[in-house]
Design a protein around this ligand. Structure first.
Ligand SMILES: NC(=O)c1ccc[n+]([C@@H]2O[C@H](COP(=O)([O-])OP(=O)(O)OC[C@H]3O[C@@H](n4cnc5c(N)ncnc54)[C@H](OP(=O)(O)O)[C@@H]3O)[C@@H](O)[C@H]2O)c1
Length: 308
């Protein structure tokens, strides 16, 4: 499984036009990315449908496919009840045009369903061969522990938290627990939705065609207006230049320096971005560089825990 993976939140089947979306997936395969992340809820099923179409001609063993359930779907279903787990996995497999996903993830914790019910249903999905492994995203630490200690059910192998140079909450509890309990992180928004690429410049208008200016994709981009953060990111760009790498590669190498991170899930609206980001694989950062990054970012780093 590649340490840079391709995600499909907001972009494919959504805000990125079809031709460019197809070019991004093709570029991903070309540069060695074989891990693709999606969710039933992304673009209300259309991200999975898009992936089902573009992956249909590729051998099923040439990629690792992950999807998720939890958030409300157009059919009215949501959460992690037994009924929902069975309904949503079948709907995802239909859209993805495959008999199984490699990883089935609980997109959030469901406080309205007993954990045992969820774990038993997920276990059946694995035993039926519809998912190879199971994971979670942004679960509270005590529920992760409870799940891993439950007898007779499948164990989670992956955690999908937000993690980046500027969002380090998982270092507090999820990563330390995961290290000792067979769980790896596959992390989302490792580029801070593009902010860590350095393309949002302090004191300048938001760049045309970027996520922050997009009506359909720009809802969570407040940080693109944080002038102090943008100044600090420009300093990071200087560090990247000294190392002969791009700012995106610096940001991705930073998350991958953590041994518990198995993969950084990037988004991309253009094939050139896929290529740039894939170039982070194998980049090692020295302790001195890591120290400079911390000094530069200072109090622009957020330490919140999981969102649930
Ligand atoms: N589990 C969860 O709750 C959760 C939540 C969010 C995301 N995710 C997963 O994580 C994936 C990645 O999230 P994300 O899209 O926010 O990640 P990201 O990699 O931090 O941001 C991706 C965006 O940044 C811009 N970009 C990427 N590479 C660039 C480059 N080299 N140069 C310039 N701009 C670049 C592109 O936007 P523009 O070109 O449009 O500016 C791209 O769509 C999602 O697709 C999804 O699979 C999971």
């Amino acid at each position: 499984m590649s340490e840079i993976s391709l995600g499909s939140w907001l972009t494919y089947g959504g805000g990125v036009e079809r031709e460019r979306a197809e070019a991004c997936v093709a570029k991903a395969f070309e540069v060695g990315i074989n891990f693709i992340d999606t969710a039933n809820v992304y673009s209300r099923g259309r991200a999975e449908e898009f992936l089902g179409e573009v992956l249909a001609d590729r051998p099923r063993d040439s990629y690792v496919l992950a999807t998720k359930l939890f958030w409300p779907m157009p059919d009215g279903g949501s959460g992690l009840s037994r009924d929902q787990v069975f309904t949503q996995i079948d709907a995802s497999l239909r859209r993805l045009r495959t008999d199984f996903v490699d990883l089935y993830q609980c997109h959030r914790y469901d406080w309205d369903t007993p954990l045992e019910e969820t774990m038993e249903a997920l276990t059946e999905v694995v035993r039926q061969g519809k998912a190879r492994y199971i994971g979670f995203s942004e679960w509270p630490a005590e529920k992760i522990r409870e799940a891993q200690e439950m007898a007779g059910v499948e164990r989670f192998v992956s955690s999908q938290p937000q993690y980046s140079m500027i969002w380090r909450g998982p270092e507090r509890d999820v990563i330390p627990y995961s290290r000792d309990h067979g769980i790896s992180q596959i992390v989302w928004s490792p580029l801070g939705q593009g902010i860590l690429t350095g393309k949002y410049k302090p004191g300048e208008p938001l760049p045309e065609g970027s996520r922050a200016t997009s009506e359909s994709m720009g809802h969570f981009m407040q940080a693109a207006r944080d002038q102090r953060l943008l100044e600090r990111v420009q300093e990071l760009a200087g560090v990247a230049a000294e190392l002969g790498i791009t700012p995106a590669q610096l940001a991705l190498a930073w998350v991958l320096r953590e041994p518990n991170v198995a993969s950084a899930i990037i988004g991309a609206s253009r094939p050139e971005q896929v290529e740039d980001n894939a170039g982070a694989s194998g980049v090692e950062l020295s302790d001195e560089v890591l120290r400079r990054i911390d000094e530069i970012l200072d109090d622009s780093v957020a330490w919140e825990g999981p969102a649930s």
